[in-house]
Design a protein around this ligand. Sequence first.
Ligand code: TUI
Length: 314
Amino acid sequence: MVKSVLCEMLGIRYPVLQGGMAWIADGKLAAAVSNGGGLGIIAAGNASADYVREQIRIAKSLTDKPFGVNVMLLSPFADAVAQLIADEQVSAVTTGAGNPTKYMELWKNAGVKVIPVVASTAMAKLMTRLGASAVIAEGGESGGHVGELTTMVLVPLVCDATPLPVIAAGGIADGRGFAAAMMLGACGVQMGTRFLSAEECTIHPVYREKILKADDLCTMVTGKRLGHPVRSLRTSFARSYARREFGGASDEELDAMATGSLRLAVQEGDAERGCFLSGQIAAMVNRTQPAAEIIRDVVEGAEPILRRATACLE
Ligand code: TUI
């Protein structure tokens, strides 16, 4: 059986975290992942603390296993959500899209394990100094907000930069990806896109179909000009945004186009105005399964690969 230091640290069976996908990763999905032996994560995204409190309540009603909350640091409600996480003494907090320094003491004093997403070695070193429990090295293959480096480059560099357990993310959706992450020095993985096909993931059927049908060249990155590059499915919305981004549209026009676009994709399946965030690995996501089965597939798929890994030695 695949195990790592993360299992003991987080009280989980398999070293698999579910990504904090805004509007998608709710209490129901998080509980399903935690019941399946991974660490489910509720995404705060741009939502209010009241929404997050309700999702924590739902998750607690569906599982007695540990779960976490993801704070999207650009959210206008980040301060209130950070306080809620401390008050609720959630098992773990993951952060994304920024630097969580100002919340670290609050969370550590509340006994919450802090696991920031880092997109550089400098950030990994800073988080180590400030007392993070682990870090997530998320490469640009991932969906949503992306950094510069790929998973293949970022994970070993971050492993060299910190003694903390490193969780690999970005472009991982099966046993091969899991095994490769371990080979790069990671202690576990975080997956987002693969969980979009989980039975317990309540996205609009249009979104699900787009993921299930996606091919290898199905995603693109937009938003670089405004400093927030985001990977999403190559829909007419994404193409149109990219054309305007490099065709002289004002910052305000681009902001107006992006505002509400994640919710429109997730809840309305709006193919014209919705932004369908997805990692490059969507091409590998071909069927709907319970979250627990997804986790088993990934870790059981990795086992024979890791056992065979020594076969290339003489
Ligand atoms: O955060 C994500 N993925 C996301 S966030 C999101 S919502 C959004 N809304 C508006 C603009 C942009 C995004 C959709 N998907 N993944 C984790 C992640 N964090 N990827 C990259 C980073 C990151 C980037 C810079 C983490 C730290 C960082 O540090 C910069 C600094 O301040 O030093």
